[in-house]
Design a binder for this molecule. Structure first.
Ligand SMILES: Cc1cc2nc3c(=O)[nH]c(=O)nc-3n(C[C@H](O)[C@H](O)[C@H](O)COP(=O)(O)OP(=O)(O)OC[C@H]3O[C@@H](n4cnc5c(N)ncnc54)[C@H](O)[C@@H]3O)c2cc1C
Length: 383
């Protein structure tokens, strides 16, 4: 089908902005992608997990193979109790349960491969600038941006993929001063060469170790590094808590984990977006649906945003415009994402209970977890 070619600006070159640029440009829209021009850092950027719904989205965006070059297939998901070393949940990531592909990817590989795809499209123009303001005109016929070099630009639509603290989300929420609703936790992220780790850490599995004051997640990456995230339950003493958690890990207790090199990110939760669309401005990715990382779905849902819009454009009638499609797409995606946000928040409560309840949590997850978690994940991954 042929949609009416429109002029679109996408703000942000994270996963959401790159995927949305692909989705729109592949349907003939003229896309200007605005990036702040920050080079990727020299350090290892770690990795992320992509579940079957993310891979289906990448397929729809015609870049599954390019991303697979940076992927390590994973065959098993395990939840373990740090206190006892017992396996609480053992979830095969197999084709028989429709849980494939499931793989880790390096963050750098994912971003570089998506950007290469974007730059290969003739209808995309990439410019480096920081967007300072965004607005729709009074008649809602155009969106208008001002840049830090003083220029202003107009487009039919602006897609804000500028993250949870970005200006597009603030514009859509009525320029409210948004503040996190919860910010007591920290993620300590690092990547370690697998050659420096016990051999067992290289197994093709993603492991979650539930502790009293936080938890540890680790999985191997395609470049023979181990991606490790230690989530602590408070800011104060976060590093000490992380050391304690690592000290309990049966394979890591003797140190050797470079905690000082960790990238420490506060795990903030933000109020949910009441709407993703105002006038000619639309949000996607974390800007629309930032979520706790416990179900590994943040970037995955950004990919699904783009792929589902691509699919909707593809299945529309000839001559259909984004004016017709976007309200329907926003309504559909907001409904779908709500259940993922609820599940991710619920997982956060299980992963970080009050410390006194941690033993009870382990017992409950061991007894009932296999009846609950696979159902939740399979539903999200199939969507
Ligand atoms: C510890 C942790 C583990 C995670 N693990 C996973 C996982 O395993 N799987 C998964 O799917 N997700 C995971 N996530 C979530 C995932 O990292 C995010 O959801 C995803 O990276 C968000 O991408 P984004 O493009 O929406 O936003 P961002 O990556 O924040 O990108 C926003 C972009 O907008 C640009 N920008 C902002 N303001 C402006 C402006 N004014 N002008 C121009 N540009 C601007 C920024 O430069 C940036 O490039 C994890 C998150 C955390 C914290």
């Amino acid at each position: 089908m042929v949609s009416i070619a429109e002029q679109i600006i996408v703000i942000g070159d994270g996963v959401a902005g790159l995927a949305m640029t692909l989705a729109l440009a592949q349907h003939g829209h003229e896309v200007t992608l605005i990036t702040e021009g920050r080079n990727l850092p020299d350090r290892h950027m770690g990795g992320m997990q992509l579940a079957p719904n993310s891979w289906a989205a990448l397929r729809q965006l015609s870049c599954e193979d390019a991303i697979k070059a940076h992927a390590k297939p994973l065959e098993l998901m395990r939840l373990m109790a740090l206190a006892t070393g017992h396996t609480l949940i053992h979830l095969p990531l197999d084709a028989a349960h429709h849980r494939q592909p499931y793989a880790s990817v390096t963050r750098r590989g994912l971003l570089v491969a998506l950007m290469e795809k974007v730059k290969s499209l003739v209808t995309v123009n990439v410019i480096e600038a920081k967007v300072v303001t965004v607005a729709s005109d009074m008649a809602h016929k155009k969106a208008c941006l001002s840049l830090d070099d003083g220029k202003t630009i107009e487009a039919d639509w602006v897609f804000g993929a500028d993250g949870v603290t970005g200006i597009c989300r603030r514009y859509i929420q009525g320029d409210q001063d948004l503040r996190p609703t919860r910010s007591s936790r920290q993620a300590h992220r690092f990547a370690i060469p697998l050659s420096k780790m016990p051999e067992v850490m290289a197994s093709a599995s993603t492991s979650v170790w539930l502790g009293r004051e936080g938890h540890i997640v680790h999985y191997p990456l395609s470049d023979d590094y181990l991606n490790m995230v230690v989530m602590t339950s408070s800011h104060e003493g976060g590093k000490k808590q992380a050391e304690q958690l690592l000290g309990q890990h049966p394979w890591l207790g003797d140190g050797g984990v470079p905690l000082d090199d960790a990238l420490v990110t506060p795990l903030t939760e933000w109020p949910r977006c009441d709407s993703w669309l105002r006038g000619r401005v639309v949000v996607t990715g974390d800007s629309a649906h930032q979520m706790p990382p416990h179900l590994a779905q943040g970037a995955g849902q950004a990919l699904v945003d783009a792929a589902s819009l691509s699919q909707m454009i593809a299945s529309g009638k000839n001559g259909v415009s984004l004016q017709d499609i976007l309200p329907v797409w926003v309504g559909q995606r907001m409904r779908q994402v709500r259940s993922v946000l609820d599940a991710a928040s619920a997982a956060g409560r299980v992963f970080s209970p009050p410390p006194a309840l941690a033993m009870m949590r382990d017992a409950a997850v061991g007894l009932g977890g296999m009846a609950v978690l696979p159902r939740i994940l399979d539903r999200i991954w199939a969507a």
